[in-house]
Design a protein. Structure first.
Length: 415
């Protein structure tokens, strides 16, 4: 998840705005209340100023997927999901659990003034009324873990560690010494076993941070620290126990960077001014040098958006949009050019559905990876979520309120 203050209304806002409404999984902004104490390891991220210039595409041979077209979907019933799964959705402050497609939904929790949510398994962590809370989605009362750290404009956001034993908190604070951004970012750690919060590290004069890897509370964290522009040229590795900066590794990208569910890869994009084309880049996070694994050069005059990783980290769904790059001067988001899937192992991209509405696009994958949930306007202009069967090409409108946001799926509660 990316935690970022306003970066100039260029690339980042257009990337996020269209799909963070309605069915899109999201966390909301929040006030912070009680201060948790002093911050550890305060240091400015080295090497690149917060207002770094647009990075250049890294050289090196890579394989580029071919492109194919799949049949358009037909309005049929979605097939049942294997296993027992329940879809979790959020509408206003009410959390609902239904069947695998969102039917027969029942409210299980009221989140009140919750501002940030993080779902893992059947546990939902969230920030409300100045506290970090943890709820088992079985109807039982949530458990208070700790005071939420203070936050100036955003969050605090919550990120699960890879082992599921802790949560990271990401909060911005107003900083008079931050000459470029006016803020700094604090990352703390909440241990679930005892509910204690401790400071982890601080990023001085930064507007936001995206966590790429955080295996455990006592280990290392790999992140992108954002400055005043939505572009980066390096990834930072810190020790969460000491707040010490361990490495600054070259890696270039723009707009957003999205880690895969298994933590092995990171997806980002670069716009080549000379060619007028956008390239999507796949970096290998298991490589100490964060090598470029694949790249996908998009058609001239188009860019990709609303990227969603499949559960097995082997495919990426996205909508192709007309316009040179998201946020390009004098351009809007542009007409949709279809929903596509990038198969990383098969080295190919496939158009799986027509999508002309620039505000539509992929939302989530079902746990089995067979269905892609996407958002689209119907002929009347009303938005809805649809389940697309990637084996048959058939799709079906889901019985969700248009204002709902899909948070994910959990094993169906007993009884």
């Amino acid at each position: 998840m990316t935690h970022r203050r306003g970066l100039g209304l260029t690339l980042s806002l257009l990337l996020a705005a269209a799909l963070l409404a309605a069915c899109r999984p999201a966390s909301a902004p929040s006030p912070a209340m009680q201060s948790p104490g002093a911050h550890a390891g305060t240091a400015a991220a080295p090497g690149v100023s917060p207002a770094a210039p647009t990075p250049a595409l890294l050289p090196g041979p890579t394989l580029e997927p071919t492109q194919a077209i799949a049949p358009s979907p037909e309005p049929l019933e979605p097939t049942p999901l294997p296993g027992n799964w329940s879809l979790v959705s959020l509408r206003g402050d009410a959390l609902f659990v239904g069947d695998a497609w969102g039917a027969e939904s029942t409210q299980v929790l009221s989140l009140g003034d919750a501002v940030s949510t993080a779902l893992r398994g059947n546990q939902l962590a969230y920030v409300a009324s100045g506290s970090i809370l943890l709820a088992e989605l079985d109807g039982s009362a949530p458990r208070r873990l700790a005071d939420a750290p203070p936050s100036f404009l955003l969050g605090p956001d919550l990120i699960w560690t890879g082992d599921g034993q802790a949560l990271l908190t990401i909060a911005d604070r107003e900083d008079a010494t931050a000459t470029q951004t006016g803020a700094s970012i604090d990352i703390g750690v909440v241990t679930l076993s005892d509910g204690t919060w401790r400071p982890g590290l601080a990023l001085a004069d930064r507007a936001g941070a995206t966590i790429l890897q955080a295996p455990a509370a006592g280990g290392q964290v790999l992140l992108v620290a954002w400055g005043t522009e939505p572009a980066f040229q390096e990834v930072l590795r810190y020790d969460l126990s000491t707040g010490e900066l361990l490495a600054a590794i070259p890696m270039a990208g723009q707009g957003e960077v999205i880690p895969s569910p298994d933590g092995r890869f990171a997806l980002t994009s670069l716009f080549d001014q000379a060619r007028g084309a956008t390239t999507d880049l796949l970096y290998d996070l298991t490589d100490p040098g964060l090598g470029l694994r694949q790249r996908l050069t998009l058609p001239a005059g188009a860019h990709s958006a609303s990227h969603v990783w499949s559960p097995d980290s082997r495919r990426i769904a996205y909508i192709l949009r007309q316009s040179r790059a998201p946020g390009a001067e004098g351009e809007t988001a542009g007409q949709g050019l279809g929903i596509w899937i990038w198969d990383l192992e098969g080295q190919r991209t496939t158009k799986v559905a027509d999508a002309y509405d620039p505000a539509g696009g992929p939302v989530a994958w079902t746990p089995d990876g067979r269905h892609l949930i996407y958002r689209q306007a119907d002929p009347s202009g009303a938005y809805a979520c649809y389940a697309l069967d990637l084996e048959t090409g058939a799709s079906r409108r889901l019985p969700l309120d248009p204002a709902s946001r899909i948070l994910g799926w959990i094993p169906t509660p007993a009884g």
